[in-house]
Design a protein around this ligand. Structure first.
Ligand code: ADP
Ligand code: MG
Length: 251
C-alpha cells in the first residue's frame, strides 16, 4: 500500500510539443495538506507541468497518480477526478455572460453532483465566506481583479476539491489585493485541509503561504524541500540563482 499521506504522485512525466521537449522526466510526490510553490525561470515548463496534473495537457509519457488512481490510464474517468482537482488562473477565466452566482453554481450542476437548489445554497455559503454575497447578481466585468479572483476560488471550491492548482493566481493583482487572496488560500488550506500547489514568481507568496518548494529548470525538477531549506541551503545552482534574484523577473 502506498503511504496514505501522499495525495499526488508523478512518475517520470515527459511532455513534448512537436520537437520541443518541455518536461524531461519529472518524478515527485505531494503530501496531503502541503502548500507547495513551483518556482523557476520563465518558459521552464511550470504551467505545462501544472496543467498536466489534471490532464489539461496530455503527457507524452509517464504517470500521474491521484489518490492512487493513475489518471493517464485510459480506463480512468478523468471527469470524476477533475472535481477533486481545482484550478485557478492568473486571468480568472470567469464566464463573462453569467452572473457571479451562476459562475459558482455551474460546475456542480453540470457535473450532476448537486441539484440547482443545493448549488444555490452552496454558492450563497461560498459568497458569504469570500465577502461577496452582495455581488451574487453582478457580472464579472463589474468586479475588481481581486474580487474576480475570490469568485474564481469560490467557483473551484463549489465542487469540494481536495487539491487546488494555482497558476500565478496573484500575478495580476496589486500587493494589498494579493495579501487578501493569500489569506483566503491559507484559510482554505488550514480550515479545510486542502492541498495547494502554486506557481509563482513572487517571494511573498512563498513566504506567506508555502510549506514546500519545487524548483524547475529547463523541464527538469532540480530540487524539492521545505521553504526554510531552500532559503538556508539551496542545493542546486538553479535554486541558488532564484534565491539570490529574490525571484524577481522570473515568472
Ligand atoms: P512557464 O509556465 O514556466 O513559463 P510553460 O509551461 O508555459 O512555461 O512553457 C514551457 C515551454 O513550452 C515554452 O517554450 C512554451 O513556448 C512551450 N509551450 C507551452 N504550451 C505550448 C503549446 N500548447 N504548444 C507549443 N508549445 C508550448
Ligand atoms: Mg506559466
Amino acid at each position: 500500500m502506498k503511504d496514505n499521506n501522499v495525495i499526488l504522485e508523478v512518475k517520470d512525466l515527459h511532455k513534448s510539443f512537436g520537437e520541443q521537449e518541455v518536461l524531461k522526466g519529472i518524478s515527485t510526490e505531494v503530501n496531503r495538506g502541503d502548500v507547495i510553490a513551483i518556482i523557476g525561470p520563465s518558459g521552464c515548463g511550470k504551467s505545462t507541468f501544472l496543467r498536466s496534473l489534471n490532464l489539461l495537457e496530455t503527457p507524452t509519457s509517464g504517470q500521474i497518480l491521484f489518490e492512487g488512481t493513475d489518471l493517464t490510464d485510459k480506463s480512468t474517468d478523468i471527469n470524476v477526478t477533475r472535481q477533486k482537482i481545482g484550478m485557478v488562473f492568473q486571468q480568472f477565466n470567469l464566464f463573462a455572460n453569467m452572473t457571479i452566482k451562476a459562475n459558482i453554481m455551474l460546475a456542480p450542476v453540470k457535473l450532476g453532483v448537486m441539484t440547482k437548489d443545493e448549488a444555490s445554497k452552496k454558492a450563497d455559503e461560498l459568497l458569504t465566506r469570500i465577502g461577496l454575497l452582495d455581488k451574487a447578481d453582478a457580472y464579472p466585468a463589474q468586479l475588481s481583479g481581486g474580487q474576480k479572483q475570490r469568485v474564481a476560488i469560490a467557483r473551484v471550491l463549489a465542487t469540494d476539491p481536495e487539491i487546488l492548482l494555482c497558476d500565478e493566481a496573484t500575478s495580476a493583482l496589486d500587493p494589498q489585493t494579493t495579501k487578501s487572496i493569500l489569506s483566503l488560500l491559507k484559510e482554505i488550506n488550514e480550515k479545510r485541509g486542502i492541498t495547494i500547489v502554486v506557481i509563482t514568481h513572487e517571494m511573498a507568496v512563498v513566504q506567506e503561504i508555502c510549506s514546500h518548494v519545487a524548483v524547475l529548470d529547463h523541464g527538469n525538477l532540480m530540487e524539492t524541500g521545505t521553504v526554510e531549506d531552500l532559503f538556508r541551503k539551496p542545493k542546486t545552482d538553479a535554486a541558488k540563482r532564484l534565491v539570490l534574484s529574490g525571484f524577481a523577473h522570473i515568472g
